[in-house]
Design a protein around this ligand. Structure first.
Ligand code: ZN
Length: 140
């Protein structure tokens, strides 16, 4: 059975309880790495400036702590050679396999998630967030 490496464990610690439950169930069935959870102000603005995110600070479910969003990569990370350079393969079928495991587990656990793979304009395949995260932030 797959289990989290040390980096994933450290990132997992910054997740809200529902996302912890979800990643703990998903890892039993599909091996993945947790690459991002909580993102502070400087990191969020940096991600915006680099084009990895369309959100400013506190417009993203990654910003509250604990975080209401998690970015996950299939493990081993899908790679492709592009003009002689090895890079992340965002077209790999593994993304769909991984996200379908997350969707099924979320349903079993009664956790409502929104997946970046379903975003209309900006497909963010590694991204999973709680659908009601904005309401949850108001309650803090
Ligand atoms: Zn994300």
């Amino acid at each position: 059975m797959p289990k989290f490496g040390n980096t994933s464990k450290e990132k997992r610690a910054l997740l809200c309880n529902d996302l912890k439950r979800l990643v703990d169930e998903a890892i039993k069935e599909y091996d993945f790495s947790i690459v991002e959870t909580h993102r502070g102000k400087a990191e969020q603005e940096r991600a915006f400036n680099l084009g990895f995110s369309k959100a400013h600070f506190m417009q993203s479910a990654h910003n509250p702590c604990p975080a209401y969003a998690v970015d996950v990569y299939p493990y081993p990370t899908p790679k492709v050679q592009h003009n002689g350079v090895i890079e992340l393969d965002s077209n790999s079928a593994e993304w769909d396999k991984m996200i379908s495991v997350f969707k099924r587990k979320a349903q079993e656990l009664g956790i409502k998630i929104t997946c970046g793979i379903d975003f209309k304009s900006f497909k963010d395949k590694p991204h999973i967030e709680l659908t009601d995260w904005k309401e949850r932030v108001k309650k803090i």
